[in-house]
Design a protein around this ligand. Structure first.
Ligand code: NAP
Length: 288
């Protein structure tokens, strides 16, 4: 068996085509350009690279990014003041707080300061709570949502299938499990205290790995025909690799995301779409 390669670049391009068309209609109607404020404290290199990628993706789709970089000496009050100002600024439609924050800052407090209407990466307790309760259409974190969209793009069914999620971070594994549940998968969540991980991963019809450990999942841990989503981004000897050992898993999986080029490109595309949606919802509210 040879796995179907789930091409995140192609799926992201399709989302961005739709965003570009919707953004062009807004521009013709004289509406504000949908704008994402990217807030970073300091110069964490992966965060700098991610912001550049977002700038390129947004520009290509007719959207804008406003970068706000705070010095690493900023305190919780200073960060909160910026997030409050952006939340009140009508020319900003989405807010992305880049993580990780320096250790002296409270990510929980910062998340409370973002307007839920502009929380396009699903960080606020209100949006996370709505996702947990399955209420309405909250903004969900872009990376796990992008993974699901990739399955949709390829017409891969989710309902009724056993999905095993490895990782339970609040930006990735946990919301991914909730999104899969929302689509009627039967979900198992694994983490660092899970004994005998291979026993569980071998039961997965959909296996999603979001850990940050290169090569954690190997061929002997995957059932033949499983759909494998690899969210890991790890730099090994100068190359980006995932959490799944592609060489041993791809020959037996039914479908698999490559790294790079799988789940990664979906994140920026989903953020762009969420920012456009936020702008459209804010227009609706601003209307007389
Ligand atoms: P994180 O906050 O460090 O969380 C890692 C999770 O993995 C934790 O829940 C941890 O369990 C679990 N874990 C650690 N070792 C394990 C093991 N041996 N077996 C099973 N579970 C284990 O990381 P994250 O932010 O979720 O990111 C995970 C990966 O995704 C990283 O490589 C990151 O770079 C990547 N990422 C990708 C994208 C993208 O666009 N594709 C976006 C964001 C992040 P405990 O909870 O018990 O500690």
């Amino acid at each position: 068996m040879s796995a179907l390669i789930l091409d995140g670049r192609a799926a992201a391009a399709r989302i961005l085509d739709d965003v570009r068309a919707r953004a062009a209609l807004r521009a013709e109607a004289g509406k504000l350009c949908p704008t994402l404020a990217v807030v970073r404290v300091g110069d964490d290199p992966p965060s700098v690279r991610y912001a550049r990628q977002l700038e390129r993706t947004f520009r290509g789709a007719g959207l804008a990014v406003r970068l706000e970089v705070l010095p690493p000496t900023i305190d919780d009050d200073g960060l909160a003041a910026l997030l409050r100002a952006l939340s009140a600024d009508a020319s900003v439609h989405g807010i992305l707080l880049q993580l990780p924050l320096p250790a002296h800052l409270s990510r929980e407090r910062a998340a409370e300061e973002i307007s839920p209407d502009k929380d396009v990466d699903g960080l606020t307790p209100l949006n996370a709570g709505r996702l947990f309760l399955g209420r309405g259409l909250p903004f969900a974190p872009a990376t796990p949502l992008g993974g699901l969209e990739l399955l949709h793009h390829y017409g891969i069914g989710i309902a009724g299938r056993h999905a095993v999620v490895v990782g339970r971070s609040d930006v990735l594994g946990r919301p991914l499990a909730l999104l899969l549940l929302r689509e009627n998968a039967t979900v198992t969540i694994c983490h660092s205290r899970t004994p005998d991980l291979p026993r569980l991963t071998r039961q997965a019809e959909i296996l999603a790995v979001a850990v940050g450990r290169p090569g954690l999942v190997t061929g002997d841990m995957v059932a033949p025909g499983a759909v494998v989503l690899d969210f890991g981004i790890n730099v090994v000897a100068g190359s980006v690799v995932g959490d799944v050992d592609f060489a041993s898993v791809a020959p037996l999986a039914g479908a698999i995301t490559p790294v790079p080029g799988g789940t990664g490109p979906m994140t920026a595309a989903v953020l762009a779409r969420n920012t456009l949606t936020a702008a459209e919802r804010q227009d609706g509210r601003a209307a007389p």
